[in-house]
Structure formats: structure tokens, C-alpha cells
Design a protein around this ligand. Structure first.
Ligand code: COS
Length: 382
């Protein structure tokens, strides 16, 4: 549902205040402790952030894609680790259920996901199936009563906190590629399911990824999401949507860095003048703003077209590709403009530089986005 103009403005203003007053002061602490404090998580739930994209009838805010992108742009204006707490509930961890769930599955799980009582994870990637996600090896073999899941998933965001996983597993080992894959809702409490230790990462401390292991985990047929053999398509459609959200977060982070650049370049003097007076700095500033603006326009255009029911597979990938690469360039320029201060930890710029690197990799690496764009161009002939 699209919010009316006033409600939208009020909600975005509330998120902006929350980001500036509640989250930004904790950025360094979260990075040092590799954890978002529980009271902040509680505040995020109270603000409705876990349920941004969950339909209103199930207790969420039911935002349109455009409104979700606008909110994600605000959330991007602080350490991305905060957004990651509820990122899976809003995106890849819930949207398979929202798009393909039965009324019973939705009624059972969505209210808890919207409130944040249930944290969700999306378990697609495996040690041998990263970009080539159609080749998943985790098996889900029907034994006449249950599907029996066996295999391992890798780099699963929020797995350590999740109580519900959307798992893509091969129900038909004779069918190679995506066609043999089905999607399942798998509760964390299922016997045989275990989660590994959080990985040590380059950035985004406070956000966690872990392996998830399935050792003969039995899943009833009522927990299959969509038809047998449709799991790969479920995953692809969830990822299409997620890519617009990530593109919007990239726009938000770029905007934050631009604000930091403006403040620093205006205050820091060299050769008797503020850095902002030097044309070589101005050129870098102008490129940051221009590219962030382009990425914003792309994400919002694609979101509006998705809301209108258009096929936006190409636009989702183009948006994610451009925005994730754009924020990498902006972070690089920010380090350059800050100079030594950009390289030391106190100013937080080097932290953003590390944090944004993953945007070019997860939810489909830049190479995969280019592949999808080119394939869609050939299909559509435009
Ligand atoms: N929406 C709906 N259906 C889709 C789709 C989409 N966006 N993308 C693909 N499909 C369908 C295709 O139409 C095809 O259907 P048919 O078999 O009925 O013709 C089927 O899915 C297989 O598609 P395709 O042949 O394109 O699959 P490939 O194995 O060649 O590769 C890529 C597809 C590479 C695009 C896919 O594996 C991918 O997106 N990989 C990256 C995964 C990713 O983002 N991982 C990040 C980790 S999860 S956070």
C-alpha cells in the first residue's frame, strides 16, 4: 500500500530522527562490540521497522516498494549493521512467504515476523553454490511423510538470531539446475538443524553471517513454499525485490558520506583555505552528488514501476549494480578527501569504506547483475 503524502512524510521524518538521534551515536560502539544493543533492537521493533514490507492485515506497515525504498534511504544514513538486524525480516527472509505462502503459512508466521518476535533468514548460498545458485546440493527428499533435508548453507545473514529459515533445497536430484529445487520454511527448532559461529568479516560489525547445517531435518509438506520445483524461481523473485532495497540503502550510505564530506571540506583548511575551495576537491564532491542522485532516481523509478505491476527484473539489477558500485566510489573519494583522517578509525570514514564493500557482492554480485541485465536485454530486445 502506498502511504498518503502526509503519513509518508511523518514516518520518514520519524525514521530520520531515529537514525540521527538513536543510531548514529552508537555506531562506534556497535563496531567495537560486534553487536547491536538489545534496547536498540527493541526500539526498532517499536518503530515498526521489522514489518515495513509485511502486509497490514498481518500486522506490518505494508509499505509499497517506493515507500520502502524511501525508508531504506533514510536507514542507509547510519552504519549498515543497524539495518541488517531487520533487513532479512523486511526482505529476503520474509518475501518468499509474502509472495508465495498459503493463507495458513502467512497467518502462522507473518504477524511474528512483522513484530520482530520471529527473525528470519534466507538460506540459498552453499559452499559450492554462490553465484551459481541453481546448483544447490542441499537435498530435500520426500520419504512419504516428510521432506528430509540434508546439506549445508553458507554466509547466511542473521542465521544466529533466526527462528525461521527460508531454505532452497533439491527435491529432485535427477533434475539439474534450478528446476529440481523447492523452497521450504524451516523453523530453527527443527531437530537436526544447527548454526555455526558468526564469521569474522571485513566490515559491518554488528551484522552476522553463519553456516547453517541440515542433518536429516524433517519438514512437513505444509511447510513447502510454492510448488515442488519452483524454489529457484521463488528465490529469484525474492532477490529481484531485495536488490531494490539494497540499492536504496547504498543511496542512503552515499548521502551520509556526502554530508560528512561537506562538513569536513568546509571546515578543514590547507594552504589557508577550506578544502572545499579547491577545484580538485570540488570535482570529487560533484561526482559523488551526481552519482548518488542518479542511483536514487533509478531505484525510485524501478520501485514505482514494480508497484505498478511492471516486469522490472532488468531495472532491479541495473539499480543494484549502479548503486552498489556508486557507493564504493563515494566511500573511496571520502577517504581521499579526508586524507589521513579518512584512514584512521576516529572519523568513521574508513569503517564505511569497509562496510560498503559487501554491497557489490551480496544479493547478487555485480557480475551477476550484468549477466541478468544482458539476458533481459536480449529477451526484451530493448
Ligand atoms: N524471476 C522469475 N523467474 C526467473 C528469474 C526471475 N528473476 N530469473 C530466472 N528465472 C527463471 C527462468 O525463467 C528459468 O525458468 P524456466 O526454466 O522455466 O525457463 C529458471 O528460472 C532458470 O533461470 P536461468 O536459466 O536464468 O538460471 P541460471 O542458472 O542460468 O542463472 C542467475 C540465473 C545467474 C541469474 C541466478 O543463479 C542468480 O541470480 N544468481 C545469483 C544469486 C544471488 O543473488 N545470490 C546471492 C546470495 S542470496 S543473499
Amino acid at each position: 500500500m502506498a502511504l498518503d503524502a502526509q503519513t509518508r512524510a511523518e514516518f520518514i521524518a520519524a525514521v530520520r530522527r531515529f537514525v540521527e538521534e538513536r543510531l548514529r551515536p552508537l555506531e562506534a560502539q556497535v563496531a567495537d562490540e560486534d553487536a547491536v544493543p538489545e534496547e536498540v533492537v527493541a526500539d526498532m521493533k517499536a518503530l515498526g521497522l521489522y514489518g515495513l514490507s509485511i502486509p497490514e492485515e498481518y500486522g506490518g506497515l505494508g509499505l509499497s516498494m517506493e515507500d520502502e525504498c524511501l525508508v531504506a534511504m533514510e536507514l542507509g544514513r547510519c552504519s549498515p549493521a543497524f539495518r541488517s538486524c531487520f533487513g532479512t525480516n523486511v526482505g529476503i527472509g520474509s518475501q518468499g512467504l509474502v509472495m508465495f505462502g498459503t493463507p495458513e503459512q502467512k497467518a502462522h508466521y507473518l504477524p511474528g515476523i512483522a513484530s520482530g518476535e520471529i527473525v528470519t533468514s534466507f538460506a540459498l548460498t552453499e559452499p559450492e553454490a554462490g553465484s551459481d545458485s541453481g546448483s544447490v546440493r542441499t537435498q530435500a527428499i520426500w520419504n512419504g511423510e516428510h521432506y528430509v533435508l540434508k546439506g549445508s548453507k553458507r554466509y547466511i545473514t542473521n542465521a544466529n538470531k533466526a527462528s525461521l529459515f527460508t531454505v532452497m533445497a533439491r527435491t529432485n536430484p535427477d533434475v539439474k539446475g534450478g528446476g529440481g529445487v523447492s523452497a521450504f520454511l524451516v523453523p530453527r527448532s527443527s531437530p537436526g538443524l544447527s548454526v555455526g559461529k558468526p564469521e569474522k568479516k571485513m566490515g559491518q560489525q554488528g551484522a552476522h553471517i553463519c553456516d547453517v547445517h541440515f542433518d536429516d531435518v524433517r519438514v512437513g509438506p505444509e511447510l513447502r513454499l510454492g510448488a515442488e520445483g519452483e524454489g529457484f524461481k521463488v528465490a529469484m523473485q525474492v532477490l529481484d525485490r531485495g536488490r531494490l532495497h539494497i540499492a536504496s540503502v547504498c543511496v542512503g550510505v552515499a548521502q551520509r558520506l556526502i554530508e560528512e564530506i561537506i562538513a569536513y571540506a568546509g571546515a578543514r583548511k590547507q594552504f589557508g583555505q577550506p578544502l572545499a575551495n579547491f577545484q580538485m576537491v570540488q570535482a570529487q564532491m560533484a561526482d559523488c552528488k551526481t552519482e548518488a542522485y542518479a542511483a536514487r532516481c533509478m531505484a525510485l523509478d524501478a520501485a514505482r514501476r514494480r508497484d505498478a505491476g511492471d516486469n522490472v527484473v532488468l531495472e532491479c539489477s541495473a539499480s543494484k549494480l549502479y548503486a552498489s558500485e556508486m557507493v564504493g566510489r563515494v566511500a573511496d573519494r571520502a577517504v581521499q578527501i579526508f586524507g589521513g583522517a579518512g584512514y584512521v578509525a576516529d572519523y568513521g570514514i574508513e569503517r564505511f569504506y569497509r562496510d560498503v564493500r559487501i554491497f557489490r557482492i551480496y544479493e547478487g554480485a555485480s557480475e551477476i547483475q550484468r549477466l541478468i541485465i544482458a539476458r533481459e536485454m536480449m529477451k526484451q530486445g530493448v
